[in-house]
Structures are given as C-alpha cells and as structure tokens.
Write a protein that binds this ligand. Sequence first.
Ligand code: SAM
Length: 277
Amino acid sequence: MSRIDTLPPLREVIATYGLSAKKALGQNFLLDLNLTAKIARQAGDLSQCDVLEIGPGPGGLTRGLLAEGARHVLAIEKDPRCLPALEEIAAAYPGRLTVLQGDALAINPRAHLTPPIRVAANLPYNIGTELLVRWLTPADWPPFWQSLTLMFQREVAERIVAEPGGKAYGRLAVLAQWRSDARIVMDLPPQAFTPPPKVSSSVIHLTALPQPRYPADPNVLQKVTAAAFNQRRKMLRASLKGLAPDIEDRLRKAGIEPTDRAEQISLEQFCALARLI
Ligand code: SAM
C-alpha cells in the first residue's frame, strides 16, 4: 500500500539546501511525489528487497521507494550538497536508508547490499548507458540484481527494447534482450522534471533472465555485434569478413543471408552465428 511521506515538499527541500540544478551532474529532478511513488511501484514488490538507487538528488524517488515499502535503500550520490536532504529522509525511515557519497562508477555497491536486490533510479544521463552495460555484463550470471527500473532519455529506452528492422536496433538491444526481459513502462514529458530537459524520458523495466536467452559465448557475441553494427550500412559479408575467411558459409549456416545488414538480424540469429565463429 502506498503512502506519501510526511517530510517537507521537495520544492521546500531544494530551497532550504540551495540545490540549484547542475547540468554537469545531469540534474533534472522529479519533485512530484505522486509521480515518484508511481515510478517506485514499477519496480514491483520491494518489501523483501534491498534497492540500489543511483543519483538520489534531493530524494524524490528515494522517498517513493521507501513509502512504497522498500526493505532497505542504498543510495549513491555524487553531489555532497544533497546529503543533508537525504539525512532528513534517513531520519524519517530509521535504519532503512544508507547514503554513500561518491561516483557510482567508482563504487562497488555489492558489499552494502543483501539479496534479493533491485535497482531503481532516475539516472544521470551522462553515465546511464555505461551503468546499464556494466549491469548487463557481469563476469557471472545471473547478476546481483533481480530487476532494473531505470529512467532514460526516450531515445535510449527505445534502443534498449528495439526489434530488428529499424534504426534503433543495435548492440544495446542485443545485449539487453539477451540477458533480460525489457519493456518501457512509462513515458514522461520534459515538464515532469525541474529543470525540464530538452527531450522526453521513459522508464524502462528489465527483469534478469536466469540464463541468457540463447546460448552463445559473451565475448564472441560481443565481437560479432560490434563488427556488424559498427558498419551497419554494409552487408554482413563485408562487415564481418575479418572474423573468419569463410564467413559467407558460416552466415548461411546460421540462417543469415550474407547480403543482409546488421539491423535485419534477430538476436537468435546473432547467437547462432556466434556459436559458429
Ligand atoms: N533521483 C533524483 C530525482 O529523480 O529527482 C535525481 C535524478 S538526476 C536525473 C541524477 C542524479 O545523479 C543527480 O542527483 C546527480 O547529482 C547524480 N549523479 C550524477 N553523476 C553521478 C555519479 N557519477 N554518481 C552518482 N550520482 C551521480
């Protein structure tokens, strides 16, 4: 059951602590607690989970996650100006919020989390894709997380869920869909944020698969998709010729026409080809 917390309104928090948005930190804040509660609900039942949040800022989504019943939230925030606002939230939810100040790319959160773990974040746009790729390519599988509920620029969200046959389809779609079920669960206009960004945003929910969708060596699949999509306008017999001298035969064995281009090839076909390289 959701309940909006009794802490001060976020606009007041921002004024009290002087949290003017910094562009360099990708700061576009969500100040509507009904909206942050709605985003938190997309992450599923959190009552038995630790939640990792990257970039809590003044804490709108953090408050949503806690009000929606998250067992514990670990929030990693780079901007030290946000810490007093986050301390207020920690005091209102004793023992349920831990804040680490620092760069999410440099901190390994695992030691601070107890499974089951879910990730929920309105990500800073400049590190969002890098974090997603890291979460999707751990050395072992299944990963440390059960699900990822993440805000991205809409264009990036569309690349994650893209099907073959269009411009949005590329390495990000292959990687995400090989390892997870991914879907867009909410669209948000720029005005939902303070300050409004230039583009629309979407929340995407990814559920980790227990094992990759089709068998393939991750390094080979990575090599094949990198070569195919780096020259996406070329026919595969040309873009992949460096991978094997008889690439045309191998393409045909994988059910792929050598004259096809990368964006026409399904995930299943890429995995079949990776198994033949
Ligand atoms: N979660 C808040 C919300 O929804 O209102 C803020 C989201 S804002 C899009 C991104 C947040 O990530 C900012 O608070 C920013 O300071 C923080 N941030 C930027 N780079 C970061 C990094 N490398 N590590 C951790 N946090 C970072």
